[in-house]
Design a binder for this molecule. Structure first.
Ligand code: G1P
Ligand code: ZN
Length: 545
């Protein structure tokens, strides 16, 4: 087999965002676009003699074509062993687990996560390193720098590999193996959770679950876990076949996009437990009967109950949350006497803390929760964690949450997103806010709200001391309330302006109030501070979660 060196020219827009390089499929289909990025990954890392690389994706449109190209470029770049998920399917958490299990130097994940797929949808590439987590900013900056000067890439001239059969073949000096990407992940879950107790719960006719895979990657994993291993009746997992366009749906597990699950859980004779995962399986949404658990509360509740779970029975070393995530988990950490770290948005910021064994659990308000078992957030793991707590305590989702609020108080929380706004206006708004926040700092109060802190969040990584600046404008008030403003780093159309609102309430008689109602004074204040309507030219948020 011959290695061909192809002359190419740089593309200017290959800077990875919050979670890898994400663009419309049509951008990735441009000649040499994918090839340039993949070669830039290999140009920016050292490849050893015994190198193993894991490759797979969420099954969205262009997944298989991209895998064939990646395999051939990897082989031309002397990667010794490439492990590819059967049919090209590999959830993000399962790739993270596989990198760690096979001691691979890294993995290439093909996904645009919760963004829509299909010919007119999005595609994405993320490079994960030897610990199994997303590459650090230093590495992604190196990759980006390589994309700016690349003038050639190497590719092996070979036939496509059949991804539908388990087995291996040689491509030049490279061994390519098509592997079962589901069983090892299921086995890892069996090590962490009490499958016996969860089986008893799910096989009983008194407890019904509804798991919605949203036609995305978790379908086959969820079916194996909940129906085959844990005894839930057939049909408990819905939309379980990964489709290239996710059936036209937006594979984002929130109250808006997982609407059929939400209708089911909030309807008559609804199941006791509902959950959904996103396109690549790292996000989760947890629902009880007529009840929604915010991801921030979920992190706090998992931390408070971790001692009940076999994999965490020895206790939680520390926890971390992204800066905009509510402070509910901080209160649990305080009670447990453990450290709670506040990191910028994006899972990669948890990984140094996980690798240094400083934290056991971590999470983000954006429906992401995870632990030290891998280096990605993990949707199905979070669902199993909840089911394990329910199986042991015998309580409903709603009661678990109410009891938690009664003990710790409630952090009312909501995120308001303004999508597809003009990039220049979004940047103007953030610049204006950076200026305003300096002025705010000089005051002690804004209207009747006493200000305790106001800044543009800057983070010094406690382990490698790297600095990440401009991670979101935040204003904290004496009552424990906060307003945070930042721009999304994952969108592909215009800009998305995010406003995060949080209000703490300890009074037990007020913990059942309506979230948007409780937050309305803060919503007004956010408008006063940021002039959101005029900058975004939108009257109201496009999405409220
Ligand atoms: C969003 C979420 C963030 C998450 C990321 C990847 O990023 O807000 O918490 O880590 O997706 O799933 P954003 O678009 O806000 O930059
Ligand atoms: Zn995702």
């Amino acid at each position: 087999m011959r290695t061909r060196t192809v002359t190419t020219k740089p593309f200017k827009d290959q800077k990875p965002g919050t979670s890898g390089l994400r663009k419309p499929v049509t951008i990735f289909q441009q000649s040499n676009y994918l090839e340039n990025f993949i070669q830039s990954i290999f140009n920016s890392i050292n490849i050893s003699e015994t190198s193993t690389l894991i490759v797979g994706g969420d099954g969205r449109y262009y997944n298989s074509q991209a895998i064939q190209i990646i395999i051939k470029i990897a082989a031309a770049n002397s990667i010794k062993r490439i492990l590819v998920g059967h049919k090209g399917i590999f959830s993000t958490p399962a790739i993270s687990a596989a990198i760690r299990y096979h001691k691979a130097f890294g993995g290439i994940i093909l996904s645009a996560s919760h963004n829509p797929g299909g010919v007119n949808g999005d595609f994405g590439i993320k490079y994960n390193t030897e610990h199994g987590g997303p590459a650090s900013e230093e590495i992604t900056n190196n990759i980006f720098n390589c994309t700016k000067t690349i003038n050639k890439y190497k590719i092996l001239e070979a036939k496509d590999i059949n991804l539908n059969y388990l087995g291996s073949c040689n491509l030049g000096t490279t061994k390519v193996e098509i592997i079962d990407s589901i069983t090892p992940y299921v086995e890892l879950m069996q090590q962490l959770f009490d499958f016996g107790r969860i089986h008893t719960l799910l096989a009983s006719s008194n407890f019904r679950i509804s798991i919605d895979s949203l036609n995305a990657v978790t379908g086959p994993y969820a079916r194996t876990l909940f129906e085959t291993c844990l005894g839930a009746p057939r049909g408990s997992v819905q939309n379980d076949i990964p489709l290239e366009d996710f059936g036209g749906k937006h594979p984002d597990p929130n109250l808006i996009h997982a609407s059929s699950l939400v209708n089911n859980l909030f309807g008559l004779n609804s199941p006791d437990f509902g959950a959904a995962s996103d396109g690549d399986g790292d996000r989760n949404m947890i629902l009880g009967r007529n009840f929604f658990v915010t991801p921030s509360d979920s992190l706090a509740i998992l931390t408070a109950n971790a001692h009940l779970i076999p994999g965490y029975k020895d206790g939680v070393k520390g926890v971390a949350r992204s800066m905009p995530t509510s402070q509910a988990v901080d209160r649990v950490a305080k009670k447990l006497g453990i450290e709670c770290y506040e990191t910028p948005t994006g899972w990669k910021f948890f990984n140094n803390l996980l690798n240094a064994d400083k934290i056991t659990l971590c999470g983000e308000e954006s429906f992401g929760t995870g632990s030290n078992h891998i280096r990605e957030k993990d949707g199905l793991w979070a669902i199993l964690f909840w089911l394990n707590i329910i199986a042991i305590t015998g309580k409903s989702v709603e009661n678990i949450v109410y009891e938690h609020w009664k003990q710790y108080g409630r952090n009312f929380y909501s995120r308001h997103d303004y999508e597809e706004i003009e990039l220049s206006k979004a940047n103007d708004c953030m610049n204006q806010l950076r200026y305003t926040v300096k002025k705010i700092r000089e005051k002690t109060a804004f209207n009747e709200y006493k200000i305790t802190h106001a800044d543009d969040f800057s983070y010094i990584d406690p382990i490698d001391k790297s600095i990440s600046k401009q991670q979101g404008v935040r204003i904290s008030f004496a009552s424990g309330s906060r307003i945070i403003f930042r721009l999304s780093g994952t969108g592909t159309k215009g800009a998305t302006f995010r406003v995060y609102l949080e209000k703490y309430q300890f009074d037990n008689t007020k913990i059942k109030l309506n979230t948007q109602h409780v937050l309305s004074p803060l919503i007004q204040l956010a408008e006063e501070i940021a002039h959101i309507k005029s900058f975004t030219e939108l009257d109201k948020p496009t999405i409220i979660t």
